[in-house]
Every structure is written in C-alpha cells, then in structure tokens.
Design a binder for this molecule. Structure first.
Ligand code: ADP
Ligand code: MG
Length: 209
C-alpha cells in the first residue's frame, strides 16, 4: 500500500487529495507520480479505471508555478467529454493552489474559450483540433509549456488525430517533459513515442484478469 504522504507533494495538494477521498495511491499512481516528479518522460500502458488522470494530474499540478501567467501544462484528450472530466479532476487537485485549468474543444464557441485563455491560465486541456486552432489564431501561447500529456493516445489514433497531435508537439518547447498514456500500444503510438519522448520510462500495469 502506498499513501500520498510518501511522495514529495506540497500540503496544498495533499489537502486536496484528502478532500477528494483519495487516501491510497492506485498501482499506476504509485509508479507514475514519483517518475513525473523526477522529470522523466514516460509512456504508460494500463487499463481503464486504474486512476491514470490523477497519476499525471497530481505531479503536473505540483509542478505549476502559480505566478506564471502563460500556460505551463498542455493535456491532449480524444474527446470533449474527457477534456471536461480531466479539467474537473485537475481543478479539484489544484484547488488550494488556486490553479486555473481551461478546457478547449470543438463544436463550442471560440469566444468563451478565448476569453478564458486571455486571463492567467496554468493548465490547458483540450482536443487536438481545437488546440491547434487556438495555437494558429494566436490565442494559445506555448512558450512556457513544460509538461505535455497525451491521454488515451490510442483513442486519438483511432479518431484520426495523430497528425494533429504531432503538429502540436512540434510547436512545444523542446525542453518539455512528455507523458503518453494509452490502454493499448499500437505500432503508430510506439513510433510517436520514439520520435518525441526522450529516454522514456516505460510503465505497464498488467490487468488482473
Ligand atoms: P483511468 O484514466 O485509468 O481510466 P480515472 O483516472 O478516470 O482512470 O480514475 C477512475 C476512477 O477512480 C475515478 O472515479 C477517480 O476519481 C477514482 N480514483 C482515482 N484515483 C483514486 C485514488 N487514489 N483513490 C480513490 N479513487 C481514485
Ligand atoms: Mg483516463
């Protein structure tokens, strides 16, 4: 059993986890949290429901500098529903750090998203197409991005977003830390990892079934 107190996390984050009712880390969290805090790139394969969102959400929130106005973390998700879900979980984790997490996705007015992005934003969660649109329109600035997360990478591949994902990655600072999460690792995803991750730690959690 691993409790969250065993990681180097600030009291603001630990207090938020307590509020969420997260007391013990799941298996994937026990491995991923220290690896991200150690600034390693990583690729993680583990099944749905294993707690992957918090596994990156906790160390990403921990590493955000509140003072910086430009976004510091970019999380790409295959769907609008997942973007909103991740935004909500990150807002809970970052509550006491007062982190601003903005979600951007398609089939929704640009105007509101642009207004949100214009104010101080710590973390942006979004679907690839809309994220690229914001970058091209100059409404999303990537200069200060230090963490990039690909969540459900296999789903982004299935939905035909991989080229867009690659275009976005190429525009982020080369000093970024990259993390890739996927339930399965098709060859195209392994290839993407090979091209954009730096000496990644590979974590694979076998399902008990
Ligand atoms: P995955 O992305 O691996 O499918 P999620 O991140 O969506 O999994 O988490 C699945 C569920 O488990 C969510 O309802 C989440 O709130 C809950 N959860 C995550 N971590 C913990 C934890 N350490 N303790 C209790 N519940 C957790
Ligand atoms: Mg997930």
């Amino acid at each position: 059993m691993t409790t969250f107190n065993e990681f180097k996390l600030s009291s603001d984050i630990l207090k938020a986890l307590n509020g969420l009712g997260y007391h013990e880390a799941t298996e994937v969290q026990a491995q991923v949290i220290p690896t991200i805090l150690n600034k390693e790139d990583l690729m993680v394969q583990s099944k749905t429901g294993s707690g992957k969102t918090a596994s990156y959400g906790i160390p990403v929130c921990e590493q955000i500098d509140w003072e910086e106005n430009k976004p510091q973390a970019l999380i790409l998700t295959p769907t609008r529903e997942l973007a909103v879900q991740v935004q909500e979980e990150l807002m809970h984790i970052g509550r006491f750090k007062r982190l601003k997490v903005v979600a951007v996705y398609g089939k929704s007015p640009f105007k509101d998203q642009v207004r949100e992005l214009k104010q101080k934003t710590h973390i942006v969660v979004g679907t690839p197409g809309r994220v690229l649109d914001h970058i091209e329109r100059g409404t999303l600035n990537l200069q200060k991005i230090k963490c990039v997360v690909l969540d459900e990478a296999d789903e982004m591949l299935k939905m035909g977003f991989i080229e867009t994902v690659e275009m976005i990655i190429k525009m982020t600072p080369s000093t970024r830390q990259m993390m890739l999460f996927s339930a399965t690792m098709p060859n195209r995803i392994k290839e993407l990892a090979q091209n954009y991750l730096t000496q990644p730690i590979e974590i694979k959690i076998e399902s008990e079934h």
